[in-house]
Ligand binder design. Structure first.
Ligand code: PEP
Ligand code: MG
Length: 679
C-alpha cells in the first residue's frame, strides 16, 4: 500500500471536468485508488468513479489523503500526485472559459406574456417530467428488467455522444467537456451497479431504481458546502432525467424548490404549470411558446411573470443559476452582475396584485352610452376569486380541460360537479360558461400517442364525440351543477352545424337520463365556439342551432392564417390584426345579430385594450378576458365612442394587409388617446 497527503490547489476544486481527468488517469492502473478528506467530512471515494469523487466536494484548499493498493501502486500514486500538481491538466484558458460561463452576464430577448420582474434562481424542468411509480417485478423477470436498464444507458450514451459532437462544433471544446462528464456518469459503477443492485434486491422496476439511486446522489450534492460544486448536481439530475426519459418518457418529480424559483424549460405543458407550487415558483422562461399558447394564457392567469420565445436559452442554464426575468421588457438576464441586480431591485415589482378597495363592477358604458359586458376567462379553481376581485360580469369561458391535471388523467363525475358548482357560485348573477374539454392539440389526453398534426387532429368536439364516455360524464356534471345556479355550456372548435347537432344530441340524451333517474339537474343554454374558418363561413347555419356564439380569436388567427399559435419560429406571421381575421370576426358578429343570439369574444384579443376597442368597432359588446386585464380594458372602453371605432373598423376591414390595419389602428388609437386626455 502506498499513500500520500496533498492539497487541492486548482481554482475550481475537484469539479466535474477535473474529476473526469482523474478517473481517466486512475483507470489506467490495476491498483485500487482511494481518496479521503483529512477533515473526515465525507466517505472515502473511489478515484475510478466520477460520482464518488464528486461527493468529496473537494474545493480549493481541501486536504486529502490518497491511498493506492495493488501491483502497480507506486506508479499509480505517482501518476495521480502528478495530475494534482498539474491542477488536473486544466489550462488557465479553459478554466477562464469555465468561470466566464458561470459568471458572465447574458441577456436574451423573448416575448413577455405577463407583467412583472422577478429576481430568482433557475429551476430547469424538462417537459415530459412526470411521476415515477414503483412496480414489483417477478423474480423471473428481474434479468429482463436489468437488460432494459442497460439498454436505456446505451441509448443515453449515444444521445450524449451526438450532443457532445454538436456542442464541440458549435461552442468549442471548452464547453463540450461537460458532456464528457455526463458520459462518465453513465459508465460509473456507482450509478449503474447501484441501480442494477437495487432492481434485484428490491425486485423493483428500472425507473424506480434509477430514481432512488439518482435521488440519493442528488441529496449528497445538496449538502455540499461549496456553491459551485453544489450546482454541478444539476449534471447528475440531467443524466438521471435522460435515463428516465429513455426508460418510459417519464421523469422524477420536481426537485425541492427554492422560494424564488424561476422555471426554465424548452416548453411547458399547461398542466405542468398548473401543478407548480406557486409559493415557490415566481416566474417562467421558455424557449418556445407565443402570446396565445395555452402555456402563456395560464401563466398570465396565475399572475406568473413569464417570458416565452427565448429560442435556445434553456441549454445555457443550470439549476441554481441566478436569473432576472423581466416580463415588461420581454427579457431575461442570466448571471446578472451585482449592479444589474441592484438596478432591478430598485425598479422591480411583481405582477399587478388584485386591486384593493372599491372596484368597478358590471358592464362598462362607452361615451355614447353603449353597454359592454366584461367577463372573465378562467382556467383553474385558484382563479375563481379573481372573478370578483376584478369586477367581472361572471365567467365567459371556463377552460375545463385544465381539470385534467395531467395528461391522461380524467377527473371523476363528483369532482367535476363540485368544481362547476363552485364556479357557478364564484360567477354570481351573471353566470358561467363551461367549455367541454378542448383536449388534443396542445393539451393531449395521451401524450404518448401524439398525432402528427394535433391542431388538425382529434381535438375538442371531435375528441368528445369519439370518446363519448368522457363527454357524457362531463355533460352530466354540468347539467347537475346547473341546478345550483346559472351555468351554460359551449362546444369547442365546431367545424359546422353537423358537429353541433351531434354534440347536442348527446347533451339531450344525458338530460333525459338524469331526469329519468330523478337526479337534480337543469337544462342549459348551449353555445358554439366559432374559431375555425368553416364555422365562420357557415355561421348563419350554426346560429340557427345554438343559444350563443363564443368567438375564439386565438384559434381563429391560427386556423385562418395557418400559423401554429405555439410555434415561435412563425410568430411573426401570427397577425391578430390581419384583415382576413377581422373579416371572420365581422361575419360571425353579423350572423349572430341576424339570428338574435349573443356573441362573446373570448380570445386573447379581448384582453388587449387596443384590440378590445377594435372588437367593439366590429360590433362586439360582450368580451371575456384574463381577469387581471379587466380594469385596463374597462378604462379604455369607457373613453371611446362606438361610432368612431366603427368607422375605423370599417376602414380596417377594407385594408389589404395586417401592416395596413395596424397603421390605421395606431393612428386612431393615438388620436383617441389625445382626445380622451383633453376631455
Ligand atoms: C380561442 O381559441 O381564442 C379560445 C378562447 O380558446 P383557447 O385559447 O383555449 O383555444
Ligand atoms: Mg380555441
Amino acid at each position: 500500500m502506498a499513500e500520500r497527503r496533498l492539497q487541492v490547489t486548482s481554482r475550481l476544486g475537484l469539479h466535474a471536468r477535473a474529476a473526469a481527468n482523474l478517473v481517466r488517469v486512475a483507470s489506467q492502473f490495476k491498483s485500487s485508488l482511494t481518496l479521503q478528506r483529512l477533515d473526515g467530512n465525507a466517505e472515502e471515494a473511489d478515484a475510478k468513479s466520477i460520482l464518488s469523487i464528486l461527493t468529496l466536494a473537494a474545493s480549493r484548499g481541501t486536504d486529502l489523503k490518497i491511498v493506492a493498493s495493488g501491483e502497480d501502486e507506486q506508479e499509480a500514486l505517482e501518476a495521480v500526485v502528478s495530475l494534482f500538481s498539474r491542477d488536473f491538466d486544466e489550462t488557465e484558458k479553459a478554466d477562464g472559459d469555465h468561470v466566464s460561463r458561470a459568471t458572465q452576464e447574458l441577456r436574451c430577448k423573448g416575448l413577455g406574456v405577463s407583467d412583472g420582474v422577478v429576481i430568482g434562481r433557475v429551476l430547469r424542468l424538462q417537459e415530459g417530467t412526470r411521476n415515477v411509480y414503483r412496480a414489483e417485478i417477478a423474480e423471473a423477470d428481474l434479468e429482463r428488467e436489468r437488460r432494459r436498464f442497460r439498454a436505456a444507458v446505451r441509448v443515453a450514451r449515444r444521445q450524449l455522444e451526438t450532443i457532445k459532437d454538436r456542442a464541440e462544433k458549435e461552442l468549442g471544446r471548452g464547453h463540450a467537456y461537460i458532456f464528457d462528464a455526463h458520459l462518465l456518469f453513465l459508465q460509473d459503477a456507482k450509478l449503474t451497479r447501484d441501480v442494477e443492485d437495487y432492481i434485484v434486491k428490491e425486485r423493483s422496476n428500472a425507473e424506480w431504481a434509477a430514481k432512488v439511486v439518482g435521488d440519493r446522489l442528488l441529496s449528497i450534492y445538496t449538502q455540499i458546502n461549496d456553491e459551485y460544486l453544489r450546482e454541478r448536481g444539476s449534471d447528475i439530475e440531467d443524466v438521471i432525467q435522460r435515463l428516465l426519459a429513455n426508460l418510459t418518457g417519464e421523469g422524477p418529480k420536481y426537485p425541492n424548490l427554492s422560494e424564488d424559483a424561476v422555471v426554465v424549460s424548452t416548453d411547458l405543458l399547461p398542466s405542468t404549470i398548473a401543478e407548480l407550487n406557486l409559493n415557490h415558483v415566481k416566474a417562467i422562461a421558455t424557449d418556445g411558446g407565443g402570446w396565445t399558447s395555452h402555456m402563456a394564457i395560464i401563466a398570465r392567469g396565475l399572475g406568473l411573470t413569464t417570458v416565452v420565445g427565448l429560442r435556445d436559452f434553456y441549454q445555457r442554464t443550470r439549476t441554481g443559476d441566478r436569473i432576472i426575468v423581466d416580463a415588461r421588457r420581454g427579457e431575461v438576464v442570466l448571471h446578472p452582475a451585482e449592479e444589474t441586480i441592484a438596478q432591478y431591485q430598485f425598479t422591480s415589482a411583481g405582477p399587478a396584485p388584485a386591486p384593493d378597495g372599491e372596484i368597478e363592477r358590471g358592464p362598462v358604458k362607452t361615451l355614447d352610452g353603449v353597454e359592454i359586458s366584461l367577463r372573465a376567462n378562467v382556467e383553474l379553481s385558484t382563479e375563481f376569486q379573481a372573478v370578483r376581485d376584478f369586477g367581472a360580469c361572471g365567467v365567459g369561458l371556463f377552460r375545463s380541460e385544465f381539470l385534467l391535471s395531467r395528461p391522461g388523467l380524467m377527473t371523476s363525475d363528483t369532482e367535476q360537479y363540485e368544481t362547476y358548482k363552485s364556479l357557478t357560485e364564484a360567477a354570481g348573477e351573471y353566470g358561467a360558461i363551461v367549455r367541454l374539454f378542448d383536449v388534443g392539440g396542445e393539451v393531449g389526453p395521451d401524450m404518448k400517442e401524439r398525432e402528427r398534426n394535433p391542431a388538425l387532429g382529434l381535438r375538442a368536439v371531435r375528441f368528445n364525440l369519439r370518446h363519448q364516455e368522457i363527454m357524457r360524464t362531463q355533460v352530466r356534471a354540468i347539467l347537475r351543477a346547473a341546478a345550483t345556479g346559472p351555468l351554460s355550456l359551449v362546444i369547442p372548435m365546431v367545424a359546422d352545424v353537423g358537429d353541433v347537432r351531434m354534440a347536442k344530441r348527446v347533451i339531450e340524451e344525458e338530460l333525459e337520463r338524469l331526469k329519468a333517474e330523478n337526479v337534480s339537474c337543469s337544462p342549459v343554454q348551449i353555445g358554439a365556439m366559432i374559431e375555425v374558418p368553416s364555422a365562420v363561413l357557415t355561421a348563419e347555419k350554426i346560429a340557427g342551432e345554438v343559444d350563443f356564439f363564443e368567438l375564439g380569436t386565438n384559434d381563429l388567427v391560427q386556423y385562418t392564417l395557418a400559423v401554429d399559435r405555439g410555434n415561435n419560429k412563425v410568430s411573426e406571421w401570427f397577425r391578430t390584426l390581419h384583415p382576413a381575421v377581422l373579416y371572420g370576426i365581422d361575419r360571425t358578429v353579423q350572423a349572430a345579430k341576424a339570428a338574435g343570439i349573443p356573441v362573446i369574444v373570448c380570445g386573447e384579443m379581448a384582453s388587449t385594450p387596443a384590440y378590445a376597442v377594435l372588437l367593439v368597432g366590429l360590433g362586439a359588446i360582450d368580451l371575456s378576458m384574463t381577469p387581471a386585464m379587466i380594469p385596463a380594458v374597462r378604462a379604455v372602453l369607457s373613453q371611446i365612442n362606438t361610432n368612431e371605432a366603427r368607422a375605423v373598423a370599417l376602414k380596417c376591414l377594407a385594408a389589404a394587409t395586417a401592416d395596413e390595419v395596424e397603421e390605421l389602428w395606431l393612428n386612431y388609437a393615438e388620436v383617441a388617446t389625445r382626445q380622451s386626455s383633453n376631455r
